[in-house]
Design a protein around this ligand. Structure first.
Ligand code: ZN
Length: 317
């Protein structure tokens, strides 16, 4: 289905969101200078080339020929965020901005599936759901960096945890002072948490620290990549914290007996009534192994290798 203006939520004169499976930020710059085409920057590009095409069609509908797609700013390299990059870059020669860590994967997307599988991936997990088409990152951006546009400013906020080197973008309209922060997958929308409960995480400790960081951001709007927009951070971060704590508790309870990661995955999925297909098996499995590393680092659990199996078990108090 094409994007229409109904998908567009205007948060300030220079910033709007194309709402969809993945919320995409649209920064419009140079609106005060009608003699020049406005410069558009996107935050993320959707899941595939088809989405890229739809974004470009919507921009044409809005601005006619009077715009240039200047760049895409990727919050991170996941395929539902960087999947439209390749098509848009080929069609418009736009720039692509990303953090150092995410650049490596945007340019070499096979790393994405290799990372969740922990080995050379099998063909089914090399689909567009896991791997975006490769595109070229033209500028590295890092947390703390401030970027001055004509009509607005952007501050890059480092939000690692969900993924290696994820960033959020705090956008402020110069004229009105209205601000909105695009959080990427730094916090998931309530609907997403309710649907999946065990959200994909690479580093639990980093994710928790990023939630704290989000709580301290002052902005008029908080935009998760998946879910509704809120005007206060707690509306998003609280449910994410609860979900993480609950997964931790479930794992610790399961690990009262020693289990292999495979056995733990089956048990946790059963408890949460998650029917695992191969996609969930890979994603939830990878996430639970990240929880094991986190709980081990925090001295809550230990491991042994016995009879050619790796067992994990909670420490008894
Ligand atoms: Zn993601």
């Amino acid at each position: 289905m094409a994007f229409s203006q109904d998908n567009l939520v205007q948060l300030s004169d220079t910033f709007s969101i194309i709402t969809g499976v993945t919320n995409i930020g649209v920064i419009s710059d140079g609106i005060s200078d009608s003699a020049q085409p406005r410069h558009i920057y996107l935050i993320d590009s959707g899941g595939d080339g088809d989405t890229g095409k739809k974004i470009l069609r919507l921009l044409s509908e809005l601005y006619g020929n009077n715009f240039v797609l200047q760049g895409i700013i990727n919050t991170h390299s996941h395929a539902d965020h960087a999947g439209g990059n390749a098509w848009l870059q080929t069609a418009t020669h736009c720039e692509i901005w990303a953090s150092q860590g995410e650049k490596a994967i945007i340019e070499n997307p096979q790393l994405e599936s290799a990372l969740v599988w922990g080995a050379c991936p099998f063909p089914e997990i090399r689909s567009k759901f896991f791997e975006a088409k490769p595109s070229s990152v033209t500028r590295i951006i890092a947390g703390g960096e401030k970027i001055e546009l004509r009509d607005s400013t952007m501050e890059i906020i480092s939000l690692p945890g969900h993924y290696i080197d994820m960033i959020g973008i705090l956008h402020t309209d110069k004229q009105t002072g209205k601000s909105a922060v695009h959080l990427g997958d730094g916090a998931f929308g309530r609907e997403t948490i309710a649907k999946y409960w065990i959200a994909f995480l690479h580093d639990v400790e980093g994710f928790k620290a990023s939630l704290e960081k989000i709580n301290a951001i002052h902005a008029d709007y908080f935009v998760p990549s998946h879910g509704a927009i809120f005007t206060a951070p707690e509306a998003l971060t609280e449910i994410n914290s609860i979900a993480v704590r609950e997964v931790e508790t479930t794992i610790l309870r399961c690990l009262k007996e020693k289990l292999t990661p495979e056995e733990l995955l089956a048990k946790v999925a059963d408890i949460n009534s998650i029917p695992l297909g191969y996609i969930q098996y890979v994603l939830v499995g990878s996430t639970l192994r990240s929880y094991l590393s986190y709980l081990y680092r925090n001295k809550k659990i230990g491991f042994t290798v016995e009879n050619n199996r790796m067992y994990w078990q909670a420490h008894t108090d």
